[in-house]
Design a protein. Structure first.
Length: 647
């Protein structure tokens, strides 16, 4: 197929898509307008969810208006079941757009609301969805745990559909981990259930998976038998994508058997079938597979023609991953024929596309983290408004009771009114302080996210891209923990220290291990019972690292964190052997960076408000340390907080 033909075909597809989208837009708007006239109840939410699924293709590049309108209504109605259904749909839509972090966050919310609704079917579905999200991110153990829980729940209610999904998914996890016997056992169970349910597509998928497992065991003849059975099942339901997958699998198996002629027959069939598939990436993949097969037979010129066809098609449609693989195969072919200059040029292009893909993945992950933060913030706003509404209703009822009491007991009302006004003023003052404290605490999230994203940005440009990807994965775990902790006024000490250790591990990794740290807890402290405000220590630890230890050039940097109980107070000491505040200030002046730490300023404000609210000792003290010669030897930060306990 020529580039001109592809260009003409592209314009035809765009024209047809525009007409279909316009019609969908009109129908969607009319449907939405008609639903808006209905009463605000769970039936309206159900209609919005159903309509959102019906017009989901129209919202491929935007948020689904039906689901966005249903979400605040479901929160207002406090319908856990509706919220579970909605978050499942939202998560699946995000997963279909490869936004796996956001999808996982939505599906975890779906799990929570399904459990609140005590709906076992919804719980099983939600766990399966979260498992798929984790598997797409290669978090195999987490995916296994999700699918295993889904399987247990589905078996309780004999839900065959979710049993099949969970069993097949666990088999795929075992296949990825090369545990072929376990994979075969799960695929056989899923296959039997799909056959009993007369689900031909499920039968075809599991037969193909069994072929992959047997091929992994190097049982090629048995693998080929299952590929043929899967092919027959896909032909029965006229599934071009499934047929193409089977033809490609057969081609790979025969190539492994060195039966190149038969392999070529099946790869050519895959190429023909792929022309019927809308996603042209499969056509590009078929060209590339044929090129690789010809290269293995030392038919270099013919192989390069097919590889170039794959490249041309991928350039037109923007398939960067396929371009990376095609140039990589082309480099190997040039090298095999002795053309090292051509091999080097092709390898450079492959690396160029690999870097572009990594940059896109990093940018997408950062956007997803920001989206998760915004969603959680909006959810909290909705919950706060609902809570305030309930509080206001209770206050109104209480005031009515006071009015009736005044009519009968004038003297008691006067005395009671005096104490009530006094109490109300004290409560209002306390609520004002608590709201101010909540506001300061909420500022820690964007501050910490900004600093961490800046760190990841520098890390990506100064280190290997694959290591940067691993760093980003660890960072997402830390962010999830931070976002969870900062929803509460107090968290247990062990949770706070868990996030602090993960933060220190990431900073040590980014700083190439220039410092070591230790965290010591007093023997009379049970870290599961003692409570501490979240993110109260992190800004001072961050300051110690980046203004003290990073600039230390003589000896290993040391950071010690000690937490003890003294007279019903929690005393937290952060000691570093860095360069001291004076030298740090001099370095700032040389670099022209004379700004105060936002994190420390906000945290000092939080500590001051804690002191005002509790009328207890709460303070922070910074002490400059010196050695025997009077030279700066680091800094000691002492934070004193009121001791709070769960019980």
């Amino acid at each position: 197929m020529s580039i001109k033909s592809l260009f003409f075909l592209g314009w035809l597809l765009l024209g047809a898509t525009w007409i279909a989208s316009s019609q969908d837009s009109l129908r969607a708007c009319r449907t939405l307008d008609s639903i808006r006239t209905l009463p605000n109840d769970t039936a309206k939410v159900s209609l919005l969810i159903k309509a959102g699924k019906q017009y989901s293709r129209f919202f491929d590049r935007s948020e689904n208006l039906f689901w966005q309108e249903a979400l605040p209504l479901a929160h207002k109605l406090r319908s856990s079941r509706s919220l579970a259904l909605l978050y499942n749909e939202l998560g699946t839509a995000k997963r279909n757009k490869s936004q796996y972090l956001v999808a996982e966050d939505y599906h975890e919310k779906a799990i929570k609301y399904a459990e609140d609704a005590n709906d076992t079917l919804l719980m099983s579905l939600s766990y399966n969805n979260a498992g798929v999200d984790s598997r797409r991110q290669d978090k195999l153990q987490q995916a296994f745990d999700y699918h295993l829980r889904a399987l247990q729940l589905a078996e309780q209610i004999n839900d065959v559909r979710n049993v099949c999904v969970a069993t097949n998914s666990i088999g795929n996890i075992q296949l990825t981990a090369e545990n072929y016997e376990d994979a075969i056992r799960h695929f056989n169970r899923a296959l039997k259930l799909e056959e009993q349910s007369h689900n031909d597509l499920g039968v075809a998928i599991n037969l193909g998976n069994l072929g992959y497992a047997y091929q992994g065991q190097n049982k090629l003849d048995l693998a080929i038998q299952y590929y043929h059975r899967s092919l027959t099942a896909n032909q029965k339901i006229d599934n071009p994508t499934g047929m193409a997958i089977c033809y490609n699998a057969l081609g790979a198996a025969y190539k492994e058997k060195k039966d190149y002629a038969t392999a070529m027959v099946y790869l050519q069939k895959a190429l023909v079938v792929n022309d019927k598939v809308d996603d042209k990436v499969h056509v590009a993949e078929s060209y590339l597979n044929i090129g690789k097969l010809l290269s293995a037979q030392n038919k270099h010129e013919e192989a390069r023609r097919y590889m170039q066809q794959s490249i041309d098609l991928s350039v037109f449609w923007g398939f960067k991953s396929m371009l990376m693989e095609a140039y990589k195969a082309l480099a190997a072919d040039y090298r095999a024929s002795g053309d090292f200059r051509g091999s080097l040029e092709a390898a450079d292009k492959s690396l160029l596309y690999k870097d572009s893909i990594l940059n896109e993945k990093s940018a997408m992950a950062l956007k997803q983290m920001q989206a998760i933060y915004e969603v959680d913030r909006k959810d909290n706003q909705i919950k706060t408004l609902e809570h305030e509404k309930v509080v206001n209703e209770l206050k109104t009822k209480r005031n009515v009771m006071f009015i009736f009491a005044l009519a009968g007991f004038l003297l008691m009302a006067i005395i009671g009114g005096f104490f009530y006004i006094r109490h109300r003023n004290l409560e209002a003052n306390k609520q004002t302080l608590q709201l101010e404290l909540r506001s300061l605490r909420s500022q820690m999230n964007p501050h910490f996210i900004f600093n961490s994203l800046s760190s990841i940005h520098r890390y990506i440009w100064s280190n290997n891209q694959e290591e940067a990807s691993d760093y980003l994965t660890k960072f997402s775990r830390l962010m999830r923990l931070i976002l969870d902790n900062t929803q509460h006024t107090f968290v247990t000490l062990n949770k706070e220290l868990e996030s602090l250790r993960l933060y220190l591990d990431l900073e040590s990794l980014r700083c190439n291990g220039i410092f070591e740290y230790s965290i010591r807890i007093g023997p009379d402290i049970n870290d599961e019972e003692v409570l501490i405000p979240p993110m109260i220590l992190q800004p001072y630890v961050e300051n110690a690292i980046w203004h003290g230890l990073v600039h230390k050039h003589n000896g290993k940097g040391l950071l010690d964190i000690d937490i003890v109980l003294q007279d019903r107070c929690l005393v937290c000491s952060i000691t570093d052997n860095g360069i001291g505040r004076q030298k740090a200030m001099e370095i700032k002046e040389k670099k022209g960076k004379m700004h105060n730490s936002v994190g420390m300023k906000v945290t000092e404000g939080r500590i001051d408000l804690i002191r005002k609210i509790n009328n207890k000792e709460a303070s922070v003290t910074v002490t400059d340390l010196a050695d025997t010669a009077g030279e700066p030897a680091g800094t000691l930060v002492t934070i004193i907080l009121p001791a709070e306990f769960i019980f």
